[in-house]
Design a protein around this ligand. Structure first.
Ligand code: EPZ
Length: 420
């Protein structure tokens, strides 16, 4: 177990390279299952969740190789069509093998993911859509078994917006006979990245990025090469790092077009954000102003940036409200922020944040991926030393975060920790 030791108070300055997006890389990698042959991916981030996904793909029979930063996945022979519990329970995104296995093999057996720290996170919407496409779903021994013998295009209307649900059904539909329409589809940029790759493989997809996607099934697909889009959540996290430390950070490969409302809110809080060709410069104000947010599916304020924005609001001038509408338990960073002196009151899905002039460093505990990012940001701004434990959560979704922060002038060290 590692922990981070952060001595706060340094304004951050310099340039940071944004890595490939975890939430784009995962569906892209499972999409390689759809065609025999070798698909290649550039800009895959070096993360624990990517390693877990590679372990799952190898279990299914995919051959994995890397050469100078490019990942090659060869899916000639899919040996298995099951995603075992010991892999799925550590990473919910494993459910993303369901769509491609049903598309290619007409069968999949995936362990029910189970909940996670931020919520129950069921997959009922994925399964209901597959049933509408003619699949037979059975649940046994903690597994979902999908029989796609009679897979057929259908008009699917999602009850709620689901990112991986949209991605899973897209990957089943591209090889399903007939036309599939997805209404109330997720509009996240990672869905568009996946649609772009599937199109390169020979799929016929229209409307990705809108809430209505139309897919004409094709008989087969061929492998392709693709470069993963930059990570908008990592980018947003570093933009907040500039604001919360009253610093001046330039982000290279920042997908700013995927962060429109977030950027508007950060400007409202007082950050100066200059956008040019492929760089974004963020200068933080001496002290941010309180700004309220409500999370929502794209193009709304991303739930994956809620905890990080809350860290900024803890030292803003004034009182802000933060409403989390996507997950039922995504305020676990709040008790830890309290330990740093933050003044936050929770009422259901609403957090009321009364800004204070300064946080004070203390030992805190990471509970989930984005909560840990929030605590790093708070520690960077806090007066004194913050120790952040269980940072394996952070390593799931941020590539070498402490090294990137150190290059920006942060006083931060990763040290070995005794098991807690
Ligand atoms: C994706 O998760 C992301 N993960 C999450 O990022 C992100 O927070 C989330 O989308 C929302 O943007 C990946 O892309 C790998 P959903 P996903 O299905 O697809 C409910 C991170 O930090 N729901 O859009 O699992 C669900 O419980 C992670 O990088 C159902 O009820 O999220 C949630 O309340 C965390 N039934 C809401 O919908 C379903 O069948 C949105 O979930 C599916 C979802």
């Amino acid at each position: 177990m590692d922990k981070l030791i952060i001595h706060g108070g340094n304004p951050l300055h310099g340039e940071v390279q944004i890595s490939g997006a975890k939430n784009a890389a995962q569906p892209l990698m499972t999409a390689a299952l759809l065609a025999p042959g070798t698909s290649s991916f550039a800009n895959i981030p070096n993360l624990r969740d990517i390693d877990t996904m590679l372990a799952l793909l190898k279990h299914l029979g995919v051959t994995v190789s890397r050469e100078n930063g490019t990942l090659h996945l060869s899916a000639d022979n899919i040996r298995a069509d099951d995603a075992p519990y010991d892999l799925v329970r550590t990473m919910r995104a494993s459910v993303l093998v369901m769509g491609p296995l049903v598309g290619r093999l007409r069968h999949a057996k995936v362990s029910l993911p189970g909940g996670c720290a931020i919520g129950a996170r069921p997959i009922n919407l994925h399964l209901k859509a597959l049933e509408q496409m003619g699949c037979t779903i059975t649940l046994h021994d903690g597994y979902v078994e999908v029989d796609g013998t009679h897979l057929q295009g259908a008009h699917v209307v999602f009850d709620g917006v689901t990112v991986t649900g949209t991605e899973n059904i897209m990957m089943a539909a591209v090889l399903a006979p007939g036309t599939t329409i997805l209404d109330h589809a997720a509009r996240e940029p990672e869905v568009v990245d996946l649609a772009n790759f599937l199109t390169r493989m020979g799929a016929n997809i229209k409307g990705a990025g809108t809430d209505r996607i139309e897919i004409q099934g094709v008989a087969s697909l061929t492998p392709a090469s693709y470069e993963v889009m930059p990570d908008r959540i990592e980018a947003g996290t570093f933009m907040i790092a500039a604001a919360i430390t009253s610093g001046d950070i330039t982000l290279r490969s920042c997908p700013i077009d995927a962060l429109t409302l977030f950027t508007a809110k950060l400007r409202e809080a007082g950050a100066i954000i200059d956008i040019d060709a492929n760089k974004v410069r963020v200068r933080g104000p001496r002290r941010s102003k309180a700004v309220s947010i409500t999370t929502a599916p794209q193009p709304g304020f991303a739930t994956d940036l809620q905890a990080q924005f809350m860290a900024l609001m803890t030292i803003a001038e004034g009182t802000s409200t933060i409403t989390e509408t996507i997950f039922e338990n995504r305020f676990m960073h709040v008790p830890e922020l309290h330990r740093l002196g933050a003044n936050i009151t929770i009422d259901g899905s609403l957090a009321i944040v009364r800004g204070i002039p300064q946080l004070t460093g203390a030992p805190v505990m990471a509970t989930d991926l984005r909560a840990s990012a929030s605590l790093v940001l708070a520690g960077l701004a806090a007066h004194g030393t913050t120790e952040l434990r269980r940072i394996y959560h952070l390593d799931r979704g941020y590539e070498a975060m402490e090294q990137k922060l150190k290059r920006l002038g942060a006083n931060i060290e990763r040290v070995r920790d005794k098991p807690s």
